[in-house]
Design a protein around this ligand. Structure first.
Ligand code: GLU
Length: 464
């Protein structure tokens, strides 16, 4: 994996704008505006730990652009959070909301912490502490956080509650991805994976796929990875490999996804289903040659499931590769070895700019992150609408509306790609930048203002 510096991630992200600008005339001023975030807040969050000691955590909230609506985007809790990375993530949110045409700009937040090392009470204090620090910066009409890496509905519930206490007013619309009884939307939990699934269904029609013949590898088995794997598996797709941060499993015949999800969520280990206690002495255990009698793999001798690393998963000979973990997974170091002809970017920023070039030359079709994972923020938008209206939708209504938006925007981007004879990422940015450019330029540009003296009709002097 690449060791690209977090500042480089933002610079890299902006390169996509320049590439798209070759195809879309959104104007110099709009480009200039989009290259710098609107505001960047850095906070220090003091937290009393369970043993009585005090720790101070660093946190960030970036608002990239709010021309099309309040800024919107998740908060991640991760040890590698860095302001450069948060800026890139906020920029992608601006583009993502524009791709699917929802009335939001882009924002993102993060706290430098490994939440696995906190107790539940410490986690709650940190979550509330973060909101205390950013309360003046967020709000239902200004900036609306949501879950991201290592944050979940319960954390969003604590955050909404803290904000409501500060404002002395119940304010559910300040945060999305909340628990359902606290004003969350039905269908938000699986929305990111489901949005990607709807994109794949559109591709299925265009490529004439028979799901049973399509081999899929999913890197990352958190919320989005699990749901996209579950939905594809239910349709008959053969999910041959999945992995999490500790590594993964591969099985040529396809994995039992519902069982993997259940075990992963119970044990937090992805390999527990196929390999728990299976390190038998036979060197071939888990491999295609394994014929040993005392194999402990759950599926018995010759089960042909084997442990693989995250790096190996990316390079598997599969039909669809779904990076659903972190950014910078496909880099110049491994891009030439990516065999999958189709990559669905469920993670944010899994492919670096340079790797993109290599994949494009290999004719790999990449459904880019700003489209493929936009289902999450789309249902966040639905949640915000429901909170403000005080009127809640059924799960079927949420699914239908999500499908309508994802399918419509997928088709628009796919057709634009064909029309412009470019790659799908560039087409998605052109699509987003056209909407952003229309909004940014509608308040006037240099061309308009530099002509104001000559173009204006002189006021008439009142006659006596
Ligand atoms: N964190 C998600 C994303 O990166 C969801 C953001 C949201 O719902 O606002 O798209």
């Amino acid at each position: 994996m690449s060791q690209e510096s977090p500042d480089q991630i933002f610079a890299d992200a902006l390169k996509r704008l320049d590439r798209a600008a070759e195809f879309a005339d959104i104007g110099e001023e709009a480009l200039l505006r989009l290259k710098s975030p609107k505001s960047v807040l850095e906070v220090s969050i003091p937290v009393r730990m369970d043993d009585g000691s005090l720790r101070v955590f660093q946190g960030y909230r970036v608002r990239h652009d709010d021309t099309r609506g309040p800024t919107k985007g998740g908060i991640r809790f991760h040890p590698n959070v860095h302001p450069g990375e948060v800026k890139a993530l906020a920029f992608w949110m601006t583009c993502k909301c524009a791709v699917v045409g929802i009335p939001f700009g882009g924002g993102k937040g993060g706290v430098v912490v490994d939440p696995k090392h906190l107790s539940r009470l410490e986690l709650e204090r940190l979550s509330r502490g973060f909101i205390d620090c950013v309360a003046d910066f967020i709000g239902p009409e200004t900036d609306i956080p949501a879950p991201d890496v290592y944050t979940n509905a319960m954390i969003m519930g604590w955050m909404m509650d803290e904000y409501s206490k500060i404002c002395r007013q119940r304010t559910p619309a300040v945060i999305t991805g909340k628990p359902i009884p606290l004003g969350g939307s039905l269908g938000r939990d699986d929305a990111t994976g489901r949005g990607a699934y709807y994109c794949i269904k559109e591709l299925e029609t265009r490529k004439n796929w028979t799901p049973e013949n399509v081999r899929v590898a999913v890197q990352g088995f958190g919320n989005a990875g699990q749901h996209v794997a579950r939905l594809l598996h239910a349709d008959g797709y053969r999910i041959v490999a999945v992995s999490d941060s500790r590594g993964g499993v591969f099985r040529q015949e396809g994995l039992d996804i519902p069982r993997l999800i259940e075990t992963k969520n119970r044990t937090r280990r992805i390999d527990a289903v196929y390999h728990e206690g299976s390190v038998c002495d036979c060197p071939d255990c888990g491999s295609e040659q394994c014929q040993c009698e005392d194999c402990h793999c759950d599926d018995g001798p010759g089960a042909k499931s084997k442990s693989i690393t995250n790096a190996e998963l990316l390079e598997l000979d599969v039909d669809i590769l779904i990076p659903a973990a972190m950014e910078n997974q496909i880099t110049v170091e491994n891009a030439a070895r990516i065999k999958a002809p189709v990559v669905i970017e469920v993670a944010n920023g899994p492919t670096t700019c340079d790797a993109d070039e290599i994949l494009i030359q290999q004719d790999t079709l990449i459904v880019p992150d700003i489209l493929a994972n936009a289902g999450g923020v789309t249902v966040s938008y639905f949640e915000w609408v429901q909170n403000r209206a005080g009127y809640y939708w059924t799960e079927d209504e949420v699914h239908d509306r999500l499908k309508e938006i994802m399918s419509r925007e997928f088709v628009a981007v796919y057709d634009l790609m064909t029309q412009l004879q470019t790659d799908m990422r560039t087409a998605a940015y052109v699509h987003a930048m056209t909407r952003l450019g229309d909004a940014l330029n509608s308040q006037g540009t240099e061309r308009f203002f530099s002509n104001h003296v000559t173009s204006q009709t002189p006021p008439k002097t009142a006659s006596a």
